[in-house]
Design a protein around this ligand. Structure first.
Ligand code: ALA
Length: 637
């Protein structure tokens, strides 16, 4: 068996465990989990979630660690080399290319979310959103403006803040990669994981110690009850199953090629069966205990348990980025606890992003024989160039598009390839031996039939389900998006309110979808963004009147003063101020900036980039293996 020379190794067993836990524990645990669990009915989500953990999570964890060990023995830290060694087919390595292109796409947007958390730590520390010269900062608009998701500039002049924090996050990531596996990734995990646990504990104590106050509509315990009261009614809902399975892949870092890469650096007789188990258990501990004891109880406390689902449904990250700061700033110690919350998210994300970027580092080092420092520079430059479109085109939905392909579908495709390789190509008996080499634990035998049959079949079902969903909801054909907001928002002391999706009547829903449909048709016809401005007045009775309107002629005939007015009223748009201990509708006026965003070119750009990356890595793999074969080093090209 060819042994690899000079490859890096983990410094210590505890370091390896912390690094693997850091890889898995991330935004997925503390932001995405409460978002998904909340949006999918709390207790209704948890049953498919636990079943997915058993059917996909644990088996795929062991599959990943085994594949990585096999690759590492031959000096391969990325999936093309690993898959090649596990199969006699010369095509296997090309499947492995997905384990480079997809994590690379993933880190491009994941680091951006990481940068939001870093930015919000700073804004919390400086008190920026807590109160702006006595004004009420609308955190939804603040968030949208920080990300450039709206044309208004009430709190941020442009994208310079987002860009600055992204640059800081990138430099930190590249620095850790540059220092290497033991001195970089492992060292970071040794600092970040204990800090993370401490931050979680502080926040849990903070939230559960908020007692009765005029500001709260429920209790933190209501949040736990929402999450932990089993609800069997949704077991027949495919979308809840798909969301739960997707969460398991994302949170455990399965299908990224990243844990495989970590496994390639283990010492010869390391117990990977146990390491796989500790990775999954520490991740689940943080997700189920910490992830469910912070954001959801806080939301239930502040808004009432009945509101949690609709808050979480307003966007995967909004419970963490809008609702949590809203709650924390309402109680004493807002700056401190806000900073802790966002630093917690930042550290969780940081230990994951370096992990997901490492397979590309390993590819450059192992296969292209580039030195670590130079490899980190190459990755850094690509990372920077690749993230810029995510920042500038965020409003067109490019982050969600990248997440759909690399953070959702891609993970399942990779998992399917891996489980087939493990069970059917390399053969389950041999794979089982590699998994147990040096192991002090024995993986229960019933996992063998699970890995052989249940996992692959369930993975295919998930893939079919997702693609079916995407096709039926028209997600594959990018639709224009309507964006609108109040201009000069920071000049108002009150709040602008829209009804939540759940509160609109059937008639209102029709008005909303007709209006959005006509904007969509106009944008598609014009094939560019279309802008309009409207002056509106609030009589103070919860309704709104459009006083004047000026818009791109292409928006006519669908968008008129009358149709806009009906739309805003159907949305329940009105202005409220806090008066005598309650929010009341108040007369006022405002200027609205309205935009129909032509998303198609940007969405297609992302798709082209993904395909181009897959092709580029395939060509590299082809050339590398061909040269190896010509020089007599073996290979299957
Ligand atoms: N597993 C990582 C997370 O949960 C990617 O965020």
């Amino acid at each position: 068996m060819a042994q690899a020379g000079q490859r890096e190794e983990w410094g210590s067993r505890i370091g390896l465990i912390l690094a693997a836990a850091g890889n898995a524990i991330g935004i997925g645990n503390l932001l995405r989990f409460p978002g998904q669990a909340g949006a999918n009915g709390g207790g209704a989500f948890m049953i498919p979630y636990v079943i997915s953990l058993i059917v996909f999570g644990l088996p795929m964890m062991w599959v990943a660690w085994t594949i990585g060990r096999i690759g590492g023995r031959y000096g391969h830290g990325s999936t093309p080399g690993m898959f090649d060694k596990m199969s006699n087919s010369r095509f296997a390595k090309y499947f492995g290319v997905l384990g480079l292109a997809l994590p690379l796409i993933f880190v491009l947007y994941y680091t951006y979310i990481e940068a939001w958390c870093l930015g919000y730590s700073w804004f919390s520390l400086t008190g920026d959103y807590i109160s702006e010269a006595g004004r009420n900062v609308d955190l939804r608009v603040y968030y949208d403006e920080f990300l450039g998701n709206t044309t208004t500039h009430s709190y941020f002049p442009g994208l310079s803040s987002a860009l600055t924090f992204l640059l800081i996050a990138l430099v930190l990531n590249v620095f850790v990669l540059y220092r290497g596996v033991a001195r970089g990734i492992e060292m970071l995990a040794k600092i970040a994981i204990p800090l993370l646990a401490l931050f979680c504990l502080v926040l849990i104590v903070r939230i559960f110690s908020i007692g009765d106050s005029a500001l709260v509509k429920g209790t933190a315990m209501d949040g736990l009850a929402f999450l932990w009261t089993p609800d069997f009614s949704t077991l027949t809902s495919p979308s809840v199953w798909l969301a739960a399975a997707g969460q398991i892949f994302f949170t455990l870092s399965i299908g990224f090629g990243s844990l495989e890469c970590y496994s390639s650096y283990v010492k010869q007789n390391e117990d990977i069966a146990l390491t796989g188990l500790t990775t999954a258990s520490s991740n689940e501990f943080v997700e189920i205990i910490f992830g469910s004891m912070i954001a959801i109880p806080a939301a239930a406390l502040f808004f009432g348990a009945g509101e949690v689902q609709s808050i979480a449904s307003s966007g995967t990250y909004s419970i963490g980025m809008v609702t949590m700061p809203e709650i924390l700033r309402s109680f004493p110690g807002a700056q401190l606890f806000g900073t802790i919350w966002f630093l917690l998210l930042f550290f969780a994300a940081f230990t994951s992003s370096v992990g997901v970027a490492q397979p590309v580092m390993a590819f450059l080092q192992d296969e292209l024989k580039i030195k670590r420092g130079a490899a980190a520079m190459v990755v850094g430059v690509f990372w920077l160039l690749g993230t810029i479109p995510v920042i500038y085109f965020y409003r067109y939905g490019v982050l969600d598009e990248m997440d759909f392909w690399s953070g959702t579908i891609g993970l399942v495709v990779m998992a399917l390839i891996e489980v087939v390789l493990f069970a059917w190509v390399f053969k389950i008996g041999r794979s089982w031996e590699v998994l147990h080499q040096g192991a002090q634990i024995q993986v229960p035998r019933f996992f063998k039939p699970i890995i052989n049959y249940v996992t692959p079949i369930a993975l295919i079902a998930i893939l079919v389900g997702w693609m079916g969903d995407a096709v039926s909801q028209g997600k594959l054909i990018p639709q224009p998006r309507l964006a609108w907001d109040v201009m000069n928002r920071s000049e108002y002391t009150g709040n602008f309110i829209k009804n939540s999706e759940n509160d609109v009547t059937h008639l209102q829903r029709n008005i909303i979808s007709n209006f959005e449909g006509s904007v969509s048709t106009a944008v598609t016809g014009a094939n560019r963004d279309l802008t309009a401005y409207a002056r509106i007045q609030f009589p103070g009775d919860g309704t709104v009147r459009v006083v004047s309107y000026e818009g791109d002629p292409k928006l006519a005939p669908g968008v008129t003063v009358a149709s806009l007015q009906s739309y805003l009223n159907a949305k329940g748009f009105h202005y409220e101020v806090f008066d005598n201990g309650a929010w009341v509708s108040e007369p006022g006026e405002a200027m609205l900036a309205i935009e129909g965003l032509n998303r198609a070119p940007y969405i297609w750009l992302i798709r082209i980039i993904i395909v181009a990356l897959i092709v580029a890595f395939s060509i590299m793999v082809h050339v590398i293996w061909k040269e190896r074969r010509l020089s007599g080093e073996g290979g299957t090209a």
